[in-house]
Design a binder for this molecule. Sequence first.
Ligand code: SF4
Length: 417
Amino acid sequence: MVEYDQGLSAAIRETTRLVADEQVQRIHEATFSFDNVLVRVDLLERTDAGWILTEVKAATSVKPYYLDDAAIQAWVLQGCGLKLAAVHLMHVNNQFVYQGDGQYDGLLHAEDISDIVFSRIETIGEQKDAFIEVLAGDMPGIEMGEQCYSPFECDFCAFCQPDGLPEYPLNALPRMHAPRREVLQASGYVDVRDIPDGVLQNPNHQRVWRATCAGEEEVDIAELAVLHEWGWPRYYLDFETIGLAVPRWKGVRPYAQIPFQWSCHIHYEDGRMEHVEFLDVTGDDPRRACAEGLVKHIGKDGILIAYNAGFEKRVIRELAAMYPDLSDVLLEINERFVDLLPITRKAYYHPSQKGSWSIKAVLPALVPELNYADLDGVKMAAMLNWHGCRPPVPTLKKEKRFPTICWPIANWICWRW
Ligand code: SF4
């Protein structure tokens, strides 16, 4: 391992020493500099045919922009005089299932990307010169566009953002294709309210436009009537899960969503409200206790309600597959779910949602008294505590630990309409 704490020059000197020492087979974080470009290589392996350069990613597949990343490293290494035998991209194998006892063979998959990388090396020097020229010159007059957000949000968005941003930018029109948005921009519309009547054709865009221009929510009360027809009792259920790249428990795949917490508000026909919850931050496999808790507390009658219920249903389905003795009850619970998200998407829009029906956008629009940022913080605290395996969220009051966020939405809708 080439440490970086003594600075760049020391890291390069140490790399040179390790490369020269034929006893050294593998170097992590080997540091090279060539023609003003510095790279640190995740893994460098010595073979008789030359060095194998391996770039390691936490993703589960090879993404196109990784190839340029690897090509730049290969160009620098060749420039430093190293003979490259191959270039590999190592990523997490999402088909791997941990069998316990620390056996992680097969967790990572190394894909040989030599051909594509070697075919790109020729162009790297030219591209690097073009970048240096840009850096040396005045700031280019490039408008913000899709390149600012894909494949990642650029760090300079706040800097490049023009002054006097529109209150309702065109991206508040949900799922509008980029070319269509560009046509609207080219027509001089910057705010949704600038668009004249009759220009938008998509019914959802028209609804967002109407509510935004009117400055008030638009509600389809007939679509919300279904909420009043739901049976009793009503179980409002919300999970928190943890997805680890390196599975910790037997039978788990990388990034599998493991439930370590749930919160359930039970609303009875006579108005009574009960709260039950489960939380495990011991670091042990929480799934069995999680499933048993559901079986114990979810009664045989009534419906379960979640916002974007597909997530809760998937978690329960996976628990059912894991524990055959609980499977029938868990799958029967899954049959009784209703999803608040599609109902809200169809029936409700407030301009403050700015084109989103995420719970973060809908909750403050419907129930301004509840601040999602606070609730978000509570959920985040729970996640952090799980990672630290500390005692369960000691600084939070029990009732604030993990509120079931879908129940205020449903209750508010029922109360108002
Ligand atoms: S935000 Fe980034 S990508 Fe977008 S124009 Fe500015 S510098 Fe370029």
